[in-house]
Design a protein around this ligand. Structure first.
Ligand code: OAD
Length: 233
């Protein structure tokens, strides 16, 4: 049995990190075009660096919540892969392994000339003038709007092999991530946990919708799966 968890900002909401599209979400306070696009970087890199410096400082103090920990528990008895749209490191802090960060990682930076020159930065700020060894300005290791998502083929491969997909805390509005679900096989069980899950029909798929917070609903779901797995073992 292979399980893929497809996570979004909602799984980190109970850790105090803002989501993007909810009221009070980041995209109500900032315009994507100003801080999270390749055009913004080319136009005003200082503003973009400041936006991600703020995110990194918040992350330094954030702790994984019951939902992140439940996924770590799930990996103890099932073959698991986490595909996350999140750039935070809360899955890692919870002890999860095998994580595909579709949209990059806040705790890494890279050369602005060579996408393959990637460096850990932890929770430090990066400023204009901080250079990669190739002499270029360091940039956040984030996939911005207007850029390709290099890990999508890896994620598709995982979804094709999955027996079960658990979608957690994502509005499923951003492509190509939201389109991944279309690669699920006809027999793949899909469960969607989100306070708004019932309002967001995943097109063309049979889905079990669980409306509510990830921290409330994921731990009992994992326990339910553990009991089922014990029966078939
Ligand atoms: P969104 O902000 O679009 O959606 C967050 C989802 O989390 C919503 O469906 C909420 O209902 C749900 N939610 C809120 N609290 C929750 C909780 N406690 N438990 C479970 N769910 C909860 O965030 P994403 O779907 O992750 O990309 O956004 C996708 C991408 O859009 C992000 O990776 C980011 C953004 O622009 C980039 O910056 C490249």
């Amino acid at each position: 049995m292979k399980i893929v968890a497809l996570t979004g900002a909602g799984i980190s909401a109970e850790s105090g990190l803002a989501t993007f599209r909810s009221s009070g979400g980041l995209w109500n306070q900032y315009r994507i075009e100003d801080v999270a696009s390749i055009d913004a970087w080319n136009r005003d890199p200082k503003l973009v660096l400041e936006f991600y410096n703020m995110r990194r400082r918040e992350l330094a103090h954030a702790k994984p919540n019951a939902a992140h920990l439940a996924l770590t528990r799930l990996a103890e008895f099932a073959t698991m892969k986490i595909i996350t749209q999140n750039v935070d490191d809360l899955h890692e802090k919870a002890g999860s392994k095998d994580i595909i960060h579709l949209h990059g990682e806040l705790t890494k930076v890279r050369s602005s000339l060579n996408d393959n020159l990637i460096y850990p930065v932890g929770y430090q700020d990066i400023c204009l003038g901080d250079l990669a060894p190739d002499g270029s300005q360091l940039r956040p290791h984030i996939v911005w709007f207007g850029e390709a998502v290099p890990l999508i083929p890896d994620a598709i491969e995982e979804v094709l092999k999955a027996d079960m997909i658990i979608i957690i805390g994502t509005s499923m509005q951003v492509y190509p991530a939201a389109g991944l679900i279309q690669y699920a096989g006809p027999g793949t069980e899909i469960i969607y946990i989100d306070p708004e899950a019932g309002n967001k029909k995943v097109l063309g798929k049979q889905v079990r919708y669980l409306n509510g917070k990830a921290g409330d609903l994921l731990p009992p779901l994992v326990e339910e799966l553990r009991i089922e797995f014990d029966k078939i073992r």
